[in-house]
Structures are given as structure tokens and as C-alpha cells.
Ligand binder design. Structure first.
Ligand code: SAH
Length: 344
């Protein structure tokens, strides 16, 4: 099984053309590729044995062939109907995925790695360390799993679960293409979020994706950013902002900046003014994320008054700003609360 996974023999994540090649290699006519494609992406087949339109003998021979689906190991439901899933991968590792329903949408927050090596001070995932990158099919599977479990089409996907997507660019870009072309979600309804790494934003820009691109800024000056994000010491704020400007030039897409608000740490009026100065002349949108508590550190979420005051300073400086209160807090499913280690 592991060998097949390494060779990326699993079927999920493959395009119609690749699946057609595969069925032909198996000695089947080309039209079976289309059937396989529909059963994988529309009907959620988990084994080849259940694809009833395939010849019986062939199905039986391939009953154990890896499709690439995970199993739901555990789910918890928050009062706001957000559901957190622990999914068991083929090699037994566990990842977290969150389904976030609203009146008109169903958003899935996907993981891109098992754990995360970035070790941001305020984030639960980073406290648990890093195990491995996810394969593209393991990302696509998360979306299909939530879609099937809710019995509703997924409208949006945010790469804001466990992991740093830009440390896994190849598989993340493949997953974006598959979610777009095979699962049918518009690229603009997909959001990639990164803490930013030297070279990586430019590398991503080469792929010219039309996704929404978000950068976790979280600080208005370099010393403060290094304090919150240890890896930032290898990447100055000025280089990060310059790479973001280059991203806009190369892709024609805007960049959103995420800014977590930690009471008394980065939420003072002087920080808002400094942030406005940093982003001067940049057509952007700032997403303020009030901190969601995690056990290991004693940061506090600012009062609503402080949050509004911070947002208002940015607005006065003509920066588009919104406050994003995370969903799923009660299920430990909100931003920054995902961790693989706490398996019930
Ligand atoms: N590694 C990527 C994506 C995962 S985190 C990134 O850093 O962008 C998704 C978002 O949740 C990031 O903006 C992250 O900084 C934020 N986040 C992490 N911990 C949080 C917490 N405790 N409260 C609120 N947001 C948090």
C-alpha cells in the first residue's frame, strides 16, 4: 500500500485524461475512464468494487486497489453547526478538517500537512510539531468527505487547517487544479493562506492561480513579527511585502493580509498606524482575526471595543478591513485550534 501511495498510484486527484489512460492500461475501453471519473468525484466511490457499471470480474480483481479516500475517525459538532473531523489517512496518521456551513455556503477548511513546522507562538498546530506533507489526493479527499457528510455541495475551500501550504507547493497546486477542474469549485472560491517564506511566494506566483491569496502578517514591525512567528527571522517584513507586490504584478490578483489580534501585544493604536504605513499604496484587504484561545500560551483576545478601534484606524487610512470571528470555537475547530495530538 505504502509503495503504491509513494508512486502516486491512487486514483483520486487524477484528471479525466489520466483516469482514461489508467483504465486503458488495465485493458479496459477508454469510456470506462469517464465512468470512473464520475464515480470518484460525483458519487464518492470509496472502492472500485462498488462501481456497479464496471464488469464484475474486473471489479473483483481490483477490489483492494487504493482509491485514496480517508476514513472519518471522529467528528465533533459545535453549536454553530461547524463540524470538525479527524480523518485517518492510509498510513494511519490523523489530520483535521473543518466543515463550516452558512446560509448560502459550505466552506471546508483543509489541512495541507500533518502538523506544521512553523511553530507560530499562538497556534495549537505548531505546538504539536510536523510529521509530513499531504499528497494532493489527501487534500481533495477532505473536501469530498465534508461534501458527502453534509449532503451538500461545497462552495468554498480555505487552506487554513493544519500546515503551511507553501512548504508543499507542488501537491497544493495539484489539489487546487483537481478541486477546480474535477470537483467543480471555482478558483476564486479557493483561498490559500501562508505565513510567508523566502522565495515561496514568487514560486507560487509562477503558477498564476486565480485563487484568493492570503498572507498571515500578524505584526506591524519586524521585531514583533519575529516574536510571534519564529521563522520570520529569516524573512524580513520588507521582503515579504515586496514579494506580495510582485505576486500581484504576476497574477493580477489581490493579496489579503490576515492579522490576528492579541490583547496588549499587537492591538494598540500605534500598531494600527504602523500597519497602515506598511501597507500604504497597496490595494489590499486586511482581515482581523480576534485570537482564539489555546492552552499552551496565555494570550488574550482583545475586547470588541479594542477590535473596533483598531479596525477604525485602518479604515481612516483608507484600508479595506473586515473582522473575522472564527466559527467552531466550542469544538476546538476554530483558526489555530487544530492539533492532531489530542485524539479522543
Ligand atoms: N500556515 C498557514 C495556514 C494555516 S493557519 C498560515 O499561517 O496562514 C490559518 C490562519 O489561522 C492563519 O492566519 C493563522 O495565523 C491563524 N491562527 C493561528 N492560530 C490562531 C489562533 N489561536 N487564533 C486565531 N487565529 C489563529
Amino acid at each position: 500500500m505504502t509503495m503504491q501511495l509513494d508512486k502516486q498510484e491512487v486514483l483520486l486527484g487524477k484528471s479525466l485524461a489520466q483516469l482514461t489512460d489508467w483504465v486503458q492500461q488495465q485493458g479496459q475501453p477508454a469510456y470506462r475512464g469517464k465512468q470512473l471519473y464520475q464515480w470518484l468525484y460525483d458519487r464518492g466511490a470509496r472502492t472500485l468494487a462498488e462501481i456497479s457499471v464496471f464488469p464484475k470480474q474486473w471489479r473483483e480483481n481490483l477490489a483492494d486497489y487504493p482509491i485514496g479516500r480517508s476514513n472519518i475517525h471522529y467528528r465533533s459538532i459545535a453549536p454553530d453547526k461547524t463540524q470538525k473531523y479527524l480523518l485517518r489517512l492510509a498510513d494511519g496518521l490523523i489530520i483535521e478538517t473543518v466543515g463550516i456551513p452558512t446560509a448560502k455556503r459550505l466552506t471546508v477548511c483543509v489541512s495541507s500537512q500533518v502538523g506544521c513546522p512553523m511553530a507560530c507562538d499562538f497556534c495549537a498546530t505548531g505546538k504539536g510539531g510536523f510529521t509530513r506533507n499531504l499528497k494532493s489526493h489527501e487534500i481533495v479527499d477532505q473536501v469530498l468527505t465534508v461534501q458527502e457528510d453534509f449532503g451538500q455541495r461545497v462552495s468554498n475551500v480555505v487552506f487554513m487547517g493544519m500546515g503551511e501550504p507553501l512548504l508543499n507547493i507542488q501537491e497544493v497546486v495539484a489539489a487546487v487544479h483537481s478541486l477546480n477542474e474535477d470537483v467543480g469549485i471555482g478558483q476564486r472560491s479557493l483561498t490559500l493562506s501562508t505565513v510567508g517564506l523566502p522565495e515561496k511566494i514568487r514560486q507560487l506566483a509562477q503558477h498564476c492561480l486565480q485563487v484568493t491569496f492570503a498572507v498571515s502578517l500578524h505584526a506591524s514591525n519586524q521585531p514583533l513579527r519575529q516574536q510571534l512567528i519564529p521563522t520570520a527571522k529569516h524573512y524580513t517584513l520588507d521582503s515579504l511585502i515586496e514579494d506580495c507586490r510582485e505576486y500581484v504584478r504576476l497574477t493580477g490578483r489581490r493579496v489579503t493580509f490576515e492579522y490576528i489580534l492579541l490583547a496588549g501585544v499587537n492591538d494598540l493604536p500605534e500598531h494600527a498606524l504602523e500597519l497602515a504605513q506598511l501597507l500604504r499604496g497597496f490595494q489590499t484587504h486586511v482581515n482581523l482575526i480576534p485570537y482564539n484561545p489555546i492552552q499552551e500560551v496565555d494570550y488574550q483576545r482583545p475586547s470588541e471595543q479594542r477590535i473596533e478601534a483598531f479596525a477604525n484606524i485602518l479604515r481612516q487610512k483608507h484600508i479595506a478591513v473586515s473582522v473575522r470571528y472564527s466559527r467552531g470555537l466550542e469544538a476546538d475547530a476554530a483558526c489555530g485550534q487544530l492539533r492532531a495530538s489530542r485524539i479522543p
